[in-house]
Design a protein around this ligand. Structure first.
Ligand SMILES: [Zn+2]
Length: 116
């Protein structure tokens, strides 16, 4: 797997995890089978990450000047990150995992906050 592919997968993994938590708690699903609304948002984000025109010249979406996420989705993503971020950090007893999650959270938060 090349580096680019790895970056994309990391971003998608983080987002998938966070939407899963949000959907499970807020929309009362099992967190694996998402509700149609969250499923649609996740698909949208995956598409954006995979088709990012600038992935080769940056390491993270937060460093990008091309703003991929549409405004109405930015709000939703922000809400999900805020909710799931704290939950994820609390849930993981292993420090290494927690650090990784913290890194994900800051990555995703940057993606979102950068857009505004
Ligand atoms: Zn949902």
């Amino acid at each position: 797997m090349d580096k680019l592919q790895k970056i994309r997968e990391e971003e998608i993994k983080a987002v998938t995890e966070m939407i899963g938590i949000f959907c499970r708690d807020v929309h009362k699903t099992d967190g694996v089978e998402l509700c149609p609304e969250c499923e649609e948002l996740l698909e949208y984000i995956k598409k954006r990450v995979n088709s990012c025109p600038r992935m080769a010249e940056k390491t993270l979406c937060s460093e990008c000047r091309t703003h991929c996420y549409a405004p109405n989705r930015q709000q939703r993503i922000k809400q999900i990150m805020h909710y799931s971020g704290s939950k994820l950090a609390l849930r993981s007893p292993v420090m290494a995992v927690r650090r990784k999650i913290t890194h994900w959270i800051s990555t995703i938060q940057q993606i979102v906050y950068d857009i505004f």
